[in-house]
Design a protein around this ligand. Structure first.
Ligand code: MG
Length: 383
């Protein structure tokens, strides 16, 4: 069996999230937006699919870098196909991004699951059939009754515990919210949440990403006093030296790197240089499931946890497959948004959570996405 076609389908749907001037998502009025479905099809009709952003896999990129490396090839050779596409990144002038590579890899893994008749999380190792989720909040805002005050965060954390979450992660206030960035504002929200949920709920913080070393260290030490589980990305991650200094100077666990480029190679450097206590991998950050599995296995070899970044079927598949992870990140969530409501292009969301806080691996071939293909076809647009 060979791969015959690679197609990107752009389609229209609605969203209830708006972006602020720094790019952070917040609740907003319903508006039109577009997404993309990458589809890789084999001769027997088997299809691997993944939803991505419209900019991730443009037609010119598919024609130049993806189709020449995939069409006519064995769909089960995910590692070889990843390398074939990856090697074009160097000479693509930045066009072949890690997100594009990730989209191709995720669609290939979905296809592999369909061809084999198995869920991807089992093909990768199938360590557990379900995993606890942490509720990952949106960034703070200045919306009345939203996430505008420490008390708002505390009230929402109590709601999360009632919903079943066994762990909570805050995203703090970031510009352009008035007063942000400010480590003391972050600390007050973190303290209010600890007070609200009690001593036994694991808590984490993802603050402003451009603090100084001294601000970061102050915040880290205060979070250690509150028994926070970890803090992630408080400074520009290109500076390994700064994270090595931070990790050496605080008792708080530091998780990273999240958005730093370089895939598994960068994560290995961070571990070698003691720049983190826990390793971060997100399938959309590191170029797909293949590199994420390498990062998880590398971390395991150093007795370190690998915490998956971000929501969705790909990250869930890896989290279910590996032994050395704590939680699945579920979000972003906010008091004004019903996270459990499927989007128009979904029959079910990727990560339904039960009342005990577990997200379950689906017993279906592929990544387990349940897409409404009729909706996607009916709402196709030319991008
Ligand atoms: Mg983060």
């Amino acid at each position: 069996m060979k791969i015959e076609t690679v197609e990107a389908v752009t389609f229209r749907h609605t969203t209830n999230t708006v972006r602020d001037s720094d790019g952070h998502g917040h609740p907003g009025p319903v508006s039109d937006t577009k997404s993309c479905l990458l589809v890789i099809t084999c001769g027997d009709g088997s299809q691997g699919r993944v939803i991505c952003r419209t900019g991730d896999v443009r037609e010119a990129l598919l024609e130049r870098f993806v189709r020449p490396n995939l069409i006519g090839q064995d769909p089960l050779a995910t590692e070889r196909l990843w390398y074939a596409v990856y090697k074009w990144q160097r000479l693509s002038g930045g066009e072949m991004t890690d997100r594009a590579l990730a989209a191709v890899d995720l669609a290939l893994w979905d296809l592999k699951g369909k061809v084999c008749g198995q869920p991807v999380w089992k093909l990768l190792g199938g360590y557990r059939p379900k995993i606890l989720a942490y509720g990952s909040t949106m960034c703070g805002d200045d919306l009345e009754g939203g996430l505008a005050t420490p008390e708002d965060y505390a009230r929402f954390a109590e709601w999360m515990i009632g919903r079943g979450y066994k762990a909570v992660k805050l995203h703090g206030w970031m510009p352009p919210v008035p007063g942000a960035p400010d480590v003391r504002m972050d600390y007050r929200a973190c303290a209010a949440v600890r007070e609200a949920v009690g001593p036994d709920i694991p808590l984490m913080l993802d603050p402003h990403h451009f603090y100084s070393r001294t601000d970061t260290l102050w915040l880290a030490n205060k979070l250690a006093e509150l028994d926070y589980r970890w803090m992630e990305e408080p400074m520009e991650e290109a500076s390994i030296s700064s994270f090595k200094w931070l990790t050496a100077n605080t008792d708080l666990n530091i998780l990273g790197p999240e958005t730093m480029t370089g895939k598994h190679w960068t994560r290995a450097e961070w571990v070698k240089h003691d720049a983190c206590d826990l390793v971060r991998a997100g399938v959309w950050d590191v170029g797909g499931i293949g590199p994420a599995m390498k990062i998880a296995n590398m971390a395991e070899s150093f007795h370190m946890s690998c915490e998956m970044h971000g929501t969705g079927a790909g990250n869930l598949a890896v989290a279910l497959a590996i032994p050395n992870t704590s939680f699945y990140e579920r979000g972003l969530i906010h008091p004004f948004i019903d996270y459990d409501e499927p989007k128009e292009y979904q029959n079910r969301i990727d990560d339904e959570m039960d009342a005990d806080g577990y997200v379950h691996g689906r017993e279906v071939p592929g990544l387990g996405q349940d897409l409404n293909m009729d909706y996607i076809e009916a709402n196709r647009v030319n991008d």
